[in-house]
Design a protein around this ligand. Sequence first.
Ligand SMILES: Cc1cc2nc3c(=O)[nH]c(=O)nc-3n(C[C@H](O)[C@H](O)[C@H](O)COP(=O)(O)O)c2cc1C
Length: 188
Amino acid sequence: MAVNIVLETIKKRRSIRSYRQEQIQEAELQAILEAGQYAPSAVNQQLWHFTVIQNAALLAELNTSAKEAAARFEDEHVQKLGKNKRLNIFYGAPTVILVSGREGALLVGADCAAAVQNMLLAAEALGLGACWVNLTVFAFAGDKASYFKQRLQLPEGYQPLYSVVAGYKKAAAVAAPVRKGKVVSYVR
Ligand SMILES: Cc1cc2nc3c(=O)[nH]c(=O)nc-3n(C[C@H](O)[C@H](O)[C@H](O)COP(=O)(O)O)c2cc1C
C-alpha cells in the first residue's frame, strides 16, 4: 500500500506535555478549529462549542481551580494529579481549546470526543504539539463553576467536556508505545 499522509499523521501523533511560550499563528489555530468542526456528529447535530483560551492569567486560574477540585475527587489517580504541586495541567501550552457540548443532546460526548481527535490530528499535521486534557473540566465542578462559565462566555445550556492544549513542541516526541495486542477479532 502506498504511503498515506493521513495514516502517517495518525501514527505519529503523541500527547505533548512540554511547550514553548510563543503563541501559535492565527492561521494554525483556525485550521485546528476547522478540523474540529468537521468531525462527525450524531444526526449531524453539531451541538458543540469551542472556546479558545489564550489568556495566561485565566489559564493559571483554571489550572488552580481544576487541581483543587481534582484533589477532592474520588478516583485515586485524579486525586494524585490534583495534589501534585509541580503539575500545570496545561503543561505551559499557550493555547487551550475547551470543547463544550449542549446539555441533554444525543451522544454529544461522542461528538465532542471526535472533534477533539480531529483537532489533535490537525495539530500534528501542522507540526504543532497538542494534548487531550480532561482535567480542565474539573474547574467547572468546583465552587467557581459559574464564575468560569461566565468568564468564558459559554453559551447557555452548554457543558464543558474536554479540552485540547496546543503549542509549539519544546522537544521532539518520543516514539509511540507498542500497541497492546489481541484487541481485534475477525468473523469472515
Ligand atoms: C479521554 C482522555 C482524557 C485525557 N486526559 C488527559 C489529561 O487530563 N492530561 C494529560 O496529560 N493527558 C490526558 N490524556 C492523554 C492520554 O494520557 C494519552 O493519550 C495516552 O497516555 C496515550 O499517549 P499518546 O496520546 O501519546 O498516544 C487524555 C486522553 C484521553 C483519550
